[in-house]
Design a protein around this ligand. Structure first.
Ligand code: MCN
Ligand code: SMO
Length: 790
């Protein structure tokens, strides 16, 4: 496990989180906590129909400065996300609807008043006439011939179509085992505890538009907002205060954000919009809705020979900035082979425009869907060859001896032992004892165990994003480190902490390389005016990228501290070491304040050749590879399924994960719990259905079920720690991993439980309705099987 850590609180320490003191005392500062003189609130009138031409819109006379339509927002450009991928079609996402609306909830008018309630009252004074068009509510109807078109100039409803074909060898066609599966995952909303929030004002002294916004990516939002408002970037400052969760949702530049910033720019007074839960449910970006048709080929042992897949993603009406509408399908196609050794693969992907809110990356991005599909394929093959699913899985996983391994879609798996993680999970869940026991519990419920294994591509960088054609491509993340005159350390990075603990873990990295005690390290994040550039917190890249940058900047400052200390102690610099929060040479020692004081206030004590950079440095970092570091895990779960009610209860859940060197194992566990909780939501509960006219059917938290403590198991976690050969400190990312496997592991467990009934659930969430439907559907089938077996 982790080696020794400096002062017992550097890399590897289970240090308590610095940010928790203020949060536990209710003193966090979120966008909604900001007070400003003259602050006005904004409410949006949103489209009540899914697809329509706007025939007319009118507002009461004398509502100038209070009610705004599209044409009132002079100079505000639509959100346009370009992509360099050939064939990609661009959507214009107007800040307020122009001639058409394309989903229920799309902002049509903006109202401003002294309070949110008054602003909402104003929305009721507006009259908009719509001429409704047919609504496209699924990938299938979107792709059907003669379908109504969302963006008529496109000629179809496809943002993008991609294909990959390694050559499906004829041998594959003659494979003894073929399985063919249709699999889907439901549409979801993302539900950070804190919704989106924006407060914008004009700073007269700095001559800057200052936007406090709940975002994961402040520097990107500055670029996007400046572009939409036609401002030089120097005139825009983005401050992300405390952020109560993001999960991908808060990477987006939202029309509401542009609209509120436009108000502040135009009126030079402060404005605020705070998303409420209903807005999030109806109009916030969506996630997860994938549809798979897969044919997989195997030998008699269950060894995968090839796979042929079609993936459709229902990406809604507009392309989000900056990730485009196509990132999800691109990732799905590339990641479907997962942790397995596969030699023949063909995939076709479709990113289909529909009359629903835009689609965004959500914790795990594509991989929960991919894992859900692939792991069902493995279980179906195991069933076809009559073997235990974990065995077939283990034999198909890339073995540790093959590392590093480049897979069929050119993903370079850097390190680890995938089968070993699976075997531990199998031991921890107690499969052998389970198989020897009863298949039903005392209440008659069916019992089953399921497995899922995955890789989590983390901190993927320049080449990957360039290939995805995004409007920005991440390069070097930068960080700034400074020893203050009194011997404390300032760390600044343009990334942000959104709940995942970077305020603590970046400090641990700085502590590791400078020896400054954790309590004396202050981490400043997420303010474009005070931090060096980072594209932000997404793709589980924070600790690899910003951590690497803090490590490098910290090392530069550490070497300068040593040079000054060596001079003061009259020894050679390499005789100087950091220990117990002090600076030593033999038995002599100095405090960090002694060194700080020398540089800033007592320069006559400094060596002649002192580094003129002083005790501060900004350094950039990216890993030795651009393709990402591959964390991995195996999950195993035991469930009980009530065949009368369709209810599924999770009885036990184990996770064996490996994210390389852990900076803070306690935080890694917290990340894993949180992600897995969201994964349970995807597996069993969360769903945003729509009716045929495009009306959302889950617009409250009574209809949209989020898992709570009662539904969640006590996850049992075991770590493996295989260092990445390509990163500073051997770290890989972990932020999304927990969310990837639960839907897959749980569906496999449900199908294991229902095996005696021959029922198979293929779609998520496995709600009681779907479980009962599967049992019902199997009844006819069981009769047929009984005949065949006889
Ligand atoms: N960590 C560690 N050792 C490792 C890997 C990670 O100690 N080997 C720690 C890091 O230091 C950091 C945390 O785990 O404190 C997550 O790090 P990382 O995997 O680098 O992820 P990011 O910092 O880039 O965070 C973003 C990631 C993503 S993409 C989503 S989505 C997500 C997630 O993190 N959203 C979150 N975790 C979240 N957690 C909370 N509470 N809220 C969110 O919105
Ligand atoms: S969905 Mo995470 O912000 O990559």
């Amino acid at each position: 496990m982790s080696g020794s850590s400096v002062n017992g609180e550097g890399i590897g320490a289970r240090a308590l989180r610095k940010e928790d003191a203020r949060h536990l005392h209710g003193r966090g500062q979120f966008v909604g906590d900001l007070a400003m003189a003259g602050l006005q609130d904004v409410a949006f009138l949103r489209s009540p129909v899914a697809h329509a031409v706007i025939l007319s819109r009118s507002k009461p006379s004398r509502s100038d400065g209070a009610i705004f339509f599209h044409d009132d927002l002079t100079g505000a450009l639509p959100i346009v996300t370009r992509s360099s991928i050939p064939g990609y079609k661009v959507s214009d996402y107007p800040v307020l609807a122009r001639e058409r609306v394309r989903f229920v909830g799309e902002p049509v008018a903006m109202c401003v008043a002294a309070s949110r309630a008054l602003a909402e009252d104003l929305t009721e004074t507006i009259d908009v006439q719509y001429d409704e068009l047919p609504a496209i509510m699924s990938c299938d109807s979107g792709r059907a011939a003669g379908a109504a078109l969302l963006h008529p100039q496109w000629g179809d409803n496809l943002f993008l179509e991609t294909s990959f074909d390694s050559g499906l060898d004829p041998a594959v066609a003659d494979a003894p085992i073929k399985v063919e599966l249709d699999i889907s995952t439901a549409r979801q909303t993302m539900h950070p505890l804190e919704g989106k929030g924006v407060v914008a004002h004009w700073d007269h002294r700095a001559a800057q538009l200052v936007v406090h916004t709940s975002t994961q990516v402040p520097h990107l939002i500055r670029a996007g907002l400046a572009e939409c408002l036609g401002l030089p970037q120097a005139m825009v400052r983005i401050i992300a205060p405390d952020v109560g969760g993001g999960f991908g949702y808060k990477c987006l530049l939202q029309p509401e954000e542009v609209a509120v910033a436009w108000l502040a720019l135009s009126y030079k007074t402060p404005f605020r919009w705070i998303e409420d839960r209903r807005e999030h449910l109806v109009a916030g970006a969506n996630a997860r809705q994938h549809q798979y048709h897969i044919k997989a080929y195997a030998d008699q042992q269950g060894r995968l020979l090839g796979m042929d897949a079609e993936v459709s993603v229902d990406v809604g009406a507009y392309s989000v900035w900056p990730f485009t509408a196509c990132l999800e399908a691109a990732q799905a196609g590339g990641n479907l082979p997962g942790p397995y050794h596969l030699t023949a693969y063909r995939v076709q992907t479709y990113s289909v425009a529909t009359n629903k809110p835009p689609f965004a990356p959500y914790r795990g991005v594509a991989r929960p869907g991919v894992c859900f599909a692939m792991e069902q394929v493995i279980d179906a093959i195991a069933k076809a060859v009559g073997r235990e699913a974990w065995e077939v899985r283990a034999e198909n996983l890339v073995p540790g001896s093959a590392m590093p391994y480049t897979n069929i879609t050119n993903k370079h798996y850097d390190s680890g032992d995938y089968p070993a993680a699976l075997l531990s999970a199998k031991e921890m869940i107690g499969l052998d004892a389970f198989r020897a026991g009863a298949r039903r519990d005392a209440r008659g419920r069916y019992l089953g165990i399921g497995f899922a294994s995955y890789t989590e591509q983390s901190a993927h960088g320049t080449k990957v994003f360039a290939a995805w054609g995004l409007p920005f491509v991440p390069g070097y993340d930068q960080a700034f480190v400074k020893l203050t005159p009194d011997g404390a350390l300032e760390v600044r990075s343009g990334i942000h902490t959104i709940g995942q603990g970077l305020e603590t873990t970046l400090a641990q990295v700085a502590c590791e390389v400078t020896g400054v005690p954790l309590r004396d390290i202050r981490v400043t994040l997420g303010d474009t005016a005070t931090t060096p550039f980072s594209t932000g917190a997404y793709a589980s890249r924070g600790i690899v990228m910003a951590g690497g940058a803090v490590g490098r900047a910290g090392e530069v400052v550490a070497s300068r501290i040593k040079a000054i200390a060596a001079h003061l102690l009259q020894v050679a610099p390499d005789a100087v070491t950091f220990r117990d929060g002090r600076i030593y040479a033999g038995n002599a020692s100095l405090s960090y304040a002694d060194v700080g004081r020398a540089w800033y206030f007592r320069p006559e004590q400094l060596p002649e050749d002192v580094d003129r950079g002083g005790l501060e440095a900004t350094e950039g970092y990216k890993p030795d590879v651009d393709g990402g570091l591959f964390s991995y895990a195996s999950h195993a779960v035991q469930v009980a399924v009530d065949a009368e009610t369709g209810l599924v209860e999770i009885l036990d859940y184990v996770i064996v994960e490996d994210c390389g060197r852990m900076v803070n194992p306690m935080i890694v566990e917290g990340q894993t719990y949180g992600g897995a909780a969201q994964g349970v939501g995807t597996a069993l509960f969360e769903e945003s259905p729509y009716d045929a006219n495009g009306q959302p059917l889950a617009s409250t938290l009574i209809d949209y079920l989020l898992p709570g403590p009662v539904e969640l198991p006590k996850f049992r976690i075991a770590h493996r720690e295989t260092l990445s050969p390509y990163t500073k400190f051997g770290i890989k990312g972990v932020g999304e991993g927990g969310a990837i496997a639960p839907p897959a592991a749980i569906i496999n467990a449900i199908n294991d439980a229902l095996a005696p009934l021959h029922a198979q659930v293929r779609d998520a969430p496995a709600s009681p309705k779907r479980v009962l439907a599967a049992i019902e559907a199997a009844k006819g089938h069981v009769g047929a099987l009984a005949g065949a077996d006889a």
